[in-house]
Design a protein around this ligand. Structure first.
Ligand SMILES: Cc1ncc(C[n+]2csc(CCOP(=O)(O)OP(=O)(O)O)c2C)c(N)n1
Length: 357
């Protein structure tokens, strides 16, 4: 992929997305990005294969009635995995509903990851264990959490960066504006990773954005901005790593595509063509890295088979963990909202209990 500008920390993103691997898996000769080490590349591949298998399994669980809803990130594995592996153990992740693969990559138990989408519990994992905030479902609220968190950590003298995921649609929300503004003012160590997958449900980018690119949205806030090929995991890893180590804010737009529908409740054939999907399948992030690793002798049939077997085992463990009936108590709805429950919530809880009695 062509490139017109080196990724020095200027405010202006490059005209073309930065990349390290072309869509056919061959390396980009003159990329300004540093290729990750060989062991990192193999690990990126392994995590993408396992993540994709987890994603397929979660999609199947919706068909079996085990999950209420599942927003697939199939096709977006380079963003989900590349950015998470670029974090240091001390950094924090602030994900959205689409980022279950990122959580699993960070080490969160897959069944605990899925309780929100199952309807079993608001937040099934301990955020402190792996430093992962709650998966937000209101668009862009996590951007404010990330900026506040990163700023507070710095005030406490901690070396902690926050990585926050947003979709292209979420960049149109007021919360994103406020978060970018204060990230710029405070020079907070926050990496905004915009996974531009082309659509906000059925609304295409062209109907909600007039900027030359979403990365350009950082300029007005004084936040350095980067445009990257979001299906090139090596490039995503490299730009996120650099952003994390910069110690300040960065806005990264990763150009990618969601292969599945918005969720299992959506019919994507109503707003996009099969030709469009096919063109993106041709840019598959997993195949691309696999081709590269194979050409470098870093992946052979035995290693590939072992990784596939590991992914199958992971999916089997997800199935057995999710193959239980959950009966959440309606009272749980009122738990953990406030430290002490205000009167109106106490009244609602009583009314609900009376209705169910
Ligand atoms: C504040 C808010 N408004 C509207 C919605 C309804 N909604 C859910 S997902 C979605 C589209 C989001 O698109 P995008 O940000 O591009 O993320 P993607 O789902 O493609 O990952 C909308 C409008 C919501 N969840 N929160």
């Amino acid at each position: 992929m062509a490139r017109t500008r080196a990724p020095e920390r200027t405010l202006l993103p490059s005209d073309e997305p930065l990349s390290l691997l072309r869509k056919d898996g061959s390396p980009v000769d003159d990329s300004p990005l540093a290729m990750p080490d060989d062991d990192v590349l193999v690990e990126l591949y392994r995590r993408m294969v396992v993540g994709r298998r987890f994603d397929t399994q979660a999609t199947s669980l919706t068909k079996q009635g085990r999950l209420a809803v599942y927003p697939s990130s199939r096709g977006q594995e380079a963003c989900e995995v590349g950015s998470v592996l670029a974090l240091r153990p001390t950094d924090w992740l602030f994900p959205t509903y689409r980022d279950s693969v990122a959580l699993v990559t960070r080490g969160v138990d897959p069944a605990e990851t899925l309780t929100l989408l199952q309807g079993g519990w608001h937040l099934g994992y301990d955020p402190y264990e792996h430093r992962v905030g709650p998966q937000c479902t209101p668009l862009a609220t996590n951007t404010l959490h990330a900026v506040g968190f990163a700023h507070a950590a710095r005030l406490k003298g901690e070396d902690t960066a926050a990585l926050v995921f947003v979709g292209d649609g979420a960049t149109s929300e007021g919360d994103t504006h406020e978060a970018l503004n204060f990230a710029g003012v405070w020079k907070a160590p926050v990496v905004f990773l915009v996974q531009n997958n082309g659509y906000a449900i059925s609304v295409p980018m062209s109907k909600q954005n007039a900027a030359p690119s979403l990365a350009h949205k950082g300029i007005g806030y004084g936040v350095p901005s980067v445009l990257v090929d979001g299906n090139d995991v090596a490039a995503v890893y490299a730009v996120v790593r650099e952003a994390v180590l910069s110690g300040g804010p960065t806005l990264i737009e990763a150009l990618t595509y969601r292969i599945e529908a918005h969720t299992n409740a959506d019919d994507a054939t109503r707003y996009r063509t099969s030709d469009e999907v096919a063109a993106w399948l041709d840019r598959d992030p997993v195949d691309r890295l696999e081709t590269y690793l194979t050409s470098r002798g870093l992946l052979d049939n035995a290693r590939r088979a072992a990784i596939t077997a590991e992914a199958e085992e992971f999916a089997a463990s997800v199935r057995s963990k999710m193959n239980v009936d959950v009966e959440p108590s309606p009272d749980d709805l009122f738990e953990h909202v406030y430290a002490s429950m205000p009167r109106h919530l106490r009244e609602q809880a009583t009314a609900l209990r009376e209705e169910l009695a």
